[in-house]
Design a protein around this ligand. Structure first.
Ligand SMILES: NC(=O)c1ccc[n+]([C@@H]2O[C@H](COP(=O)([O-])OP(=O)(O)OC[C@H]3O[C@@H](n4cnc5c(N)ncnc54)[C@H](O)[C@@H]3O)[C@@H](O)[C@H]2O)c1
Ligand SMILES: [Zn+2]
Ligand SMILES: [Zn+2]
Length: 348
């Protein structure tokens, strides 16, 4: 089969590799019908994720068809259309039982193993461990181009942003960073009846997109960001301030936007320490949340897509085939210049 293989920082190739096969009784093999690229794949290619070995097949998001089933698998059969999420789970360890498979102990303490610790989904076929507890059947009326964004970006924006931030009816919400993840938060705040959703980004295309995703207001990131958001919220600040960029400055901005009693929900992956003005914040009764996505909201999000309440397909701006993998990475890497959000990659 063919797959996108990581050959160390700055190097990857779509090339022949041994066929994916069932190795454990709980495995299935999935033929990949649609996959996509995540910002994390770009981090791996930069050499920022040293736990990824050279020779690893990249990718942790897919929709596909089961082609081979291990003897212990009971919930899936050959021919089933499935969503392969970013997080794999054993379903039985202390963290899986708690609904926190991002820390699955059976998998070595991290649920993100695909395209990280084992071969991933940017390939013609992929081996998926613990299939019964990790895969989701895709409802008939949900397309591959909708389901693919429920593998990672949408659940991240929903779980680590909207749910962790405790968005409730009538709330005002700010989302700092309108990339795929921040837009996932924008798209799902509506499910909780937020009255105002303010998207903040330095990129005008992303702000225009945010309006299409349901933002009520946009603010271009700059020296007046905080003043503009306060003006939009009667001088009070927002109930929930979501950070979806991952820089010290953007978390500091998110912290300045929240009103007393509100919540700052950090989604961004941070690479350096962040200083927060605790001398001002301690008296504000604010909550700061953070964490790795669990993807446990996927069944609910699939239902919302199936019922027409969540237009997940809006995430996909460009479509490529497997043999255009390099082009797909180039467009995604230069997303701003290409007015790109997420790419869809199909076999042909
Ligand atoms: N916690 C988790 O489980 C989890 C999972 C997936 C991704 N993430 C993280 O979420 C963050 C967002 O991911 P993404 O895929 O949407 O990334 P992205 O790069 O597509 O989006 C980031 C957005 O932030 C904007 N931005 C950059 N600088 C800004 C500034 N100073 N002010 C306002 N906006 C600014 C960019 O224009 C872009 O639109 C990343 O840090 C990513 O690593 C976290
Ligand atoms: Zn990802
Ligand atoms: Zn587990």
């Amino acid at each position: 089969m063919k797959a996108l293989v990581y050959h160390g920082p700055g190097s990857k190739a779509w090339e022949d590799v041994p066929d994916a096969a069932v190795q454990e009784p709980t495995d299935v093999v999935v033929r990949i019908d649609t996959t996509t690229i995540c910002g994390t794949d770009l981090h791996i290619l930069h050499g920022d994720v040293p736990t990824v070995d050279a020779g690893r097949i990249l990718g942790h998001e897919a929709v596909g068809t089961v082609t081979e089933v291990g003897p212990a698998v009971t919930s899936f059969a050959v021919g089933d259309r499935v969503l392969v999420p970013a997080i794999t789970r054993c379903g039985r360890c202390a963290y899986c039982v708690k609904g926190m498979p991002s820390h699955c102990q059976t998998l070595g303490g991290i649920g993100w193993i695909l395209g990280h610790l084992i071969d991933g989904t940017q390939a013609e076929f992929a081996r998926i461990p613990f299939a019964d507890t990790s895969l989701y059947a895709v409802p008939e009326n949900v397309s591959n181009e909708q389901a693919i964004f429920l593998a990672d970006s949408l659940p991240t924006g929903y779980e680590v942003g909207v749910l962790a931030g405790g968005v409730r009816p009538g709330h005002t919400v700010a989302v700092v960073g309108a990339g795929a993840v921040g837009l996932g938060s924008v798209l799902t705040t509506g499910l909780w009846g937020a009255s105002k959703v303010i998207a903040i980004d330095s990129n005008k295309f992303r702000l225009e997109t945010a309006i299409e995703f349901g933002a009520t207001d946009t603010v271009e990131a700059g020296p007046n960001t905080v003043a503009e958001v306060l003006a939009l919220t009667d001088g009070l600040g927002v109930d929930v301030s979501i950070e979806a960029v991952g820089y010290p400055q953007t978390l500091q901005t998110a912290a300045k936007l929240v009103r007393p009693g509100g919540t700052i929900a950090n989604i961004g992956v941070h690479g350096v320490p962040v200083e927060l003005p605790m001398q001002e914040m301690w008296i504000q009764n604010v909550t700061l949340t953070m964490g790795l996505v669990d993807t446990v909201s996927i069944p609910i999000l699939l239902k919302m897509v199936a019922s027409g309440h969540l237009p997940a397909e809006k995430m996909g701006t460009h479509t490529f085939t497997f043999d255009q993998m390099d082009e797909a990475y180039d467009v995604f890497k230069n997303a701003a210049a290409n007015s790109a959000l997420k790419v869809i990659i199909n076999p042909s």
